[in-house]
Design a protein around this ligand. Structure first.
Ligand code: NAD
Length: 498
């Protein structure tokens, strides 16, 4: 099919839809049907410049608007989003392939971020210490009788901020960034994933319906050329990125070299440790949901399970049984338990990993290539490998699809050392009834987000979200208090009245 069959999405610059310039385009399909749904400009670098200029022009007035007034727009936006949950979820199902339930969940998690950002008047508050010194000890002038020196630190907006986001949560991840950025007084340019941008565009249109002034929020489509322009632009102060480790490392390096503040939440390979004493039902549910939810396309997907001691005896057959009876289908069908991969490239990458697991000698217990599934679309069924080893590519590398690898360990310490060999450190969880085992896990495992008897330990917006090792580049994580600090700069005032 030609790209002209799919609607070309506009940028949103200065509050208005803006037609892309002539240039390279990318067409996107509905991965559940194979039908074209959208196309976007890939190399419209001039649009990136215009979006930054609009954000820079809006900054003086917006940053001078009282924070209590700024968050009124977010309150209105939150209520608007709540009225549009189903519409947004439908777009996500169409362009990404998630099940309707998963899509609704992701919109709700995005709304959680807006609620958190509405707390900006308290979250941004500075601190004061009166009488931190007396003037005579501070600057030796004539004796003024010890007039007090007061000190305070304020948190101030930084300027134009840029967000670059991935395909797997196309509407939610932008909301990790811009609500807090603008609540703190910054203006923003979003570069959504070029693979499924429709829900991010609709969410940005709704923000303008909520009344955000022109230029406070801008959206520009594109690929690497556009990102490179945004992250090195002289009027941009900060870059928040979520996506693969390969892109994140490049963006961190270039952005920092251009003097930007940069945070990059990146790729992952996450391990779930199952102890023999774990509550069986909770562990089976937790591992299964974590590995196959969102078709494994989640930075918090638990794609490796480490069964300790006798746990494998009850865990492995239960996982196999559930994987074999899983319904794979279009996200919009109500019986579907797992939707398609997001595009054809993702599907062929996952199929290659399945072949690599077989070649490396892992035991293929459930072959997702043979699952009953629709003919058209980018489907692969739930796949389980047993008897894997930490050296295998299917255990080391991020597959980003519905492939679960099972490792076996003799003890908790062995299991943790397998986890800690990973180059990534996004998340890890343990299922156990033992407080002692949970405590040992918590104090020895190397990951930025960990869980005890929880399959997907996704922090709510009031807590920071990011990993360790090659899952993260930067200092301040996204969301939580870190998010407020990322989008503000501190200034200390030392004050004396004579
Ligand atoms: P991706 O890195 O391919 O793309 C992410 C964004 O970066 C897109 O907007 C894309 O246009 C841009 N981009 C891609 N390559 C680039 C480059 N070389 N230079 C500049 N910009 C570039 O990621 P994806 O495939 O869309 O998303 C999946 C990845 O995101 C997985 O690795 C997943 O683990 C990760 N992810 C991480 C988190 C987290 O919090 N750590 C959350 C969600 C997804």
């Amino acid at each position: 099919m030609s790209s002209s069959a799919a609607p070309l999405l506009s940028h949103i610059i200065g509050g208005k839809p803006t037609a892309p310039a002539e240039g390279k385009r990318r067409s996107n399909i509905n991965p559940g049907t194979g039908e074209l749904v959208s196309s976007v400009a890939i190399d419209d670098v001039a649009a990136a410049d215009r979006a930054v200029a609009a954000a820079a022009a809006a900054f003086p007035k917006w940053s001078g608007t009282p924070v209590g007034d700024r968050i009124q727009y977010l309150f209105r936006y939150k209520f608007l989003l709540e009225q549009h949950v189903d519409e947004l979820a439908e777009l996500i199902v169409q362009e990404h392939g998630k099940t309707t339930g998963e899509a609704i969940g992701s919109v709700r998690r995005g709304i959680d971020c807006i609620e958190h950002a509405c707390g900006a008047p308290i979250l941004m508050m500075g601190r004061t210490l009166p009488q931190i010194a007396v003037s005579s000890s501070f600057c030796r002038t004539e004796d003024d009788g010890g007039v007090g020196i007061d000190s305070s630190v304020d948190r101030l907006p930084i300027g134009v901020c840029v967000g670059v986001t991935p395909f797997n949560f196309p509407m939610m991840v932008p909301l990790w960034m811009w609500p807090m950025a603008v609540a703190c007084g910054n203006t923003f340019v979003l570069k959504p994933s070029e693979r499924d941008p429709m829900s991010a565009v609709r969410a940005m249109e709704l923000a303008h319906e909520a009344g955000f002034p022109e230029g406070v929020l801008n959206l520009v489509h594109g690929g690497v050329e556009v990102v490179d322009r945004l992250i090195t632009h002289e009027d941009v102060r900060a870059v928040s990125f979520v996506g693969s480790t390969r892109a994140g490392e490049a963006i961190y390096t270039k952005g920092c070299a251009s003097g930007k503040r940069v945070q990059c939440m990146c790729g992952a390979k996450n391990y779930s440790i199952i102890m023999p004493d774990a509550n069986r039902e909770a562990a089976i549910d937790g591992v299964f949901g974590s590995a196959f939810g969102n078709t494994g396309q989640r930075c918090l997907a638990g794609s490796v399970v480490v069964a300790v001691g006798e746990a494998a005896g009850w865990l492995v057959p239960a996982l196999v049984e559930r994987a074999e009876r899983m319904t794979v289908g279009r996200g919009c069908d109500k019986h579907t338990q797992m939707g398609p991969l997001q595009d054809e490239d993702s599907r062929s990458r996952v199929l290659k990993y399945i072949e690599s697991g077989i070649e490396e000698g892992a035991e293929l217990l459930v072959d997702g290539r043979r699952a009953p599934m629709p003919d058209a679309g980018c489907f692969v069924g739930a796949t389980i490998f047993d008897r894997t080893s930490p050296e295998m590519r299917i255990v080391r590398e991020e597959i980003f699809g519905p492939v679960l690898s099972i490792l076996r360990a003799a003890s908790l310490d062995d299991a943790v050392s397998m986890v800690n060999r990973s180059e990534y450190g996004n998340m890890s969880v343990i299922f156990t009834d033992s407080g002692h085992a949970a405590h040992r896990f918590e104090t020895t495992v190397q990951a930025g987000m960990i869980g005890v008897n929880v399959g997907v330990p996704a922090p709510m917006a009031a807590f920071p979200f990011a990993g360790w090792k090659r899952s993260f580049f930067g200092d301040l994580h996204t969301n939580g208090e870190d998010g407020v600090r990322f989008f503000t700069k501190s200034r200390v005032t030392v004050r004396r009245w004579i």
